[in-house]
Design a protein around this ligand. Sequence first.
Ligand SMILES: Cc1cc2nc3c(=O)[nH]c(=O)nc-3n(C[C@H](O)[C@H](O)[C@H](O)COP(=O)(O)OP(=O)(O)OC[C@H]3O[C@@H](n4cnc5c(N)ncnc54)[C@H](O)[C@@H]3O)c2cc1C
Length: 385
Amino acid sequence: MHLSLTEEQRMIRDTARQFAESELAPQAAVLDTHEGRDILLANLRSLAGLGFMGLNVRSDYGGTDAGVIAFSAAITELARGCASTAVTVSVTNMVAEVIQAVGSEEQRALYLPRICSGEYPAAAFCLTESGAGSDPAAMRTRAVLDGKEWVLDGSKIYITSAEYAGCFVVWAVTDPDAPKGKGISCFIVENGLEGIEIGRAEEKMGQRGSATNTVTFSDCRVPADALMGEEGRGYRVAVGELAGGRIGIGSLALGIGLAALEHARNYLGEREQFGAKIGTFQGLQWMLADRYTEMEAARLLLMQAAWNKEQGLDFGTSASMAKLFASEKANEACYSALQILGGAGYIREYPLERMARDVRITSIYEGTSEIQRVIIARDLLREVL
Ligand SMILES: Cc1cc2nc3c(=O)[nH]c(=O)nc-3n(C[C@H](O)[C@H](O)[C@H](O)COP(=O)(O)OP(=O)(O)OC[C@H]3O[C@@H](n4cnc5c(N)ncnc54)[C@H](O)[C@@H]3O)c2cc1C
């Protein structure tokens, strides 16, 4: 594994950093309110123009073909500016990768250019249901073949970007008699079809600029060729793609943690108490030193997972380790950074309270910390249990 970025990876990271500093950070507080939707959509259009909506998608489908390390570095930089925009980009990239991985040639040629070019503002990943969160194989959404159409019925919850996504990848049970996890298939579905109802955006603690919706399918008819990959093999696809998505979420957590620590560092050099800059107090210096060290360790774990994926190696456990560590340590970074700002950290005028809210979900979605530990332990104990 090479620890330094290539010239192309550096260029992508720097472009993301500049965009985050000039466009995302100044608007992040507005995105956190109900007035932010148009800004988010404008951000997404610009980011598609810069090639961020298919970072690991082949160029003949309109992608940037920059690889997973570049994707990770880009998401971290975007999240330093605005976590809501970064999660939308991360999930859209994940959906594009599902289509690239298991879609037919026709499906790739149809959907990937639309996602990569920004014709679709975003794309959504419809897996979770009210009775199937950490255990997605317990899903109840059904897809039944009726002549030349699949008929979808069921409800997905907590779907990122559903209200402005151009398309969804949707998982549904096609063989209810198969053993658990074996009779699930994956579909590509255009938003706006008859029989799809998008619920209003959930009120959330953080990442409020990104919409999270319920998506209900009622007698929703999609063509037979909406099936992606092999019938009955969709659960493996979901598990595999979530592992890649975890590199995105870990990278996003890292970006939020670094942004919070940057504010804390500056504050340590400005604020005076007891006749001295508070940065001269060793208790606070150590807090900063520990948190930056953890963020650097998170970056290395993320790079390792990204490198494994890029090399075509088994990367599931390394992605879980990276997501677990990055998201938990980024939560701690935000907690410490807010503490360093004292009362100012808690006041909305400063961005720390938003960052502390934005970071919280990173140890929950795309697999909770507990589920990451289950995956890691299963791998560690495979040969002894
Ligand atoms: C803002 C937001 C955006 C989201 N975006 C999407 C999206 O775009 N697409 C999508 O499909 N889903 C999405 N999700 C869903 C998300 O992935 C789930 O919420 C998450 O996987 C946890 O599922 P759950 O909420 O049902 O919790 P549960 O599974 O009910 O878990 C409850 C608790 O039990 C613990 N637990 C469960 N099983 C075990 C176990 N075996 N061992 C130990 N502890 C366990 C969990 O860690 C947790 O602490 C999103 C959620 C949110 C909040």
